[in-house]
Design a protein around this ligand. Structure first.
Ligand code: AMP
Length: 217
């Protein structure tokens, strides 16, 4: 039976970090549409070139492009027993397309991270990402030992183009308008748990694991 975990939350809520933990805990592959786009962008594929203008502007890539890419990824054998979605769905049509594709016996659990806007802005605009391994540092909260160098692998740290203050503001507005309605969508289906994401990563992680198991948090 396939088990689908959906991690929802605004940009900067900690989805990427927590997805890694949940993926290990439940042995589910971590499928991040943002990462898939960044990989395509780095490899200069047609898909990457198409997505770039939307990403750099903080806008959503059109639904049909994302849906095709996602379905392609989750058709791989490693996703047969389930998967963990990070950054998908982001619109109601994406959620509907996913729902229509899943087998009837699939169990779906949606976990929504809740973080106030002020904290999101501080987190995102101070965030630096490793070009080589994707590790994330924060200039204030988790600075690397040497400026510009990843502690994990020695790779070069850079600020994502979409983590600049102007684009962050746009991404948050897009989230509120297009993605937040999914909270109600999954609440109506009786599969949503809200988790306070404004705590230490360990506390958030424990609450998410409990919520994914269907325990009250
Ligand atoms: P993320 O790393 O999840 O913040 O995604 C980075 C960017 O990729 C987003 O700002 C969008 O431009 C694009 N993107 C990722 N996932 C989706 C999605 N499900 N729907 C539309 N655009 C997406």
């Amino acid at each position: 039976m396939s088990s689908i975990l959906i991690l929802l939350g605004p940009p900067g809520a900690g989805k990427g970090t927590q997805a890694e933990r949940l993926s290990r805990e439940f042995s589910l592959p971590h499928v991040s549409t943002g990462d898939l786009f960044r990989e395509n962008k780095a490899q200069q594929t047609e898909l990457g070139k198409r997505a770039q203008e939307f990403m750099d502007a903080g806008r959503l890539v059109p639904d049909e492009v994302v849906i095709d890419m996602l379905f392609d990824r989750v058709s791989a054998p490693d996703c047969a027993a389930g998967f963990l979605l990070d950054g998908f769905p982001r619109t109601i049509p994406q959620a509907e397309a996913l729902g229509a594709r899943l087998p009837a016996e699939a169990t779906v659990r949606a976990l929504a991270l809740d973080v106030p806007d002020a904290a999101l802005i501080t987190r995102l605009t101070g965030r630096v990402t490793c070009r080589k391994c994707g590790n994330i540092h924060h200039s204030e909260f988790s600075p690397p030992s040497a400026v510009g160098v990843c502690d994990a692998c020695g790779g070069e740290l850079y600020q994502r183009a979409d983590d600049s203050p102007e684009v962050v503001t746009k991404r948050l507005a897009v989230y509120r308008e297009q993605t937040e309605p999914l909270i109600e969508y999954y609440t109506r289906q009786g599969v949503l748990s809200q988790v306070n994401g404004n705590r230490s990563p360990d506390e958030v992680g424990q609450a998410l694991v409990a919520a994914a198991r269907g325990e009250t948090v």
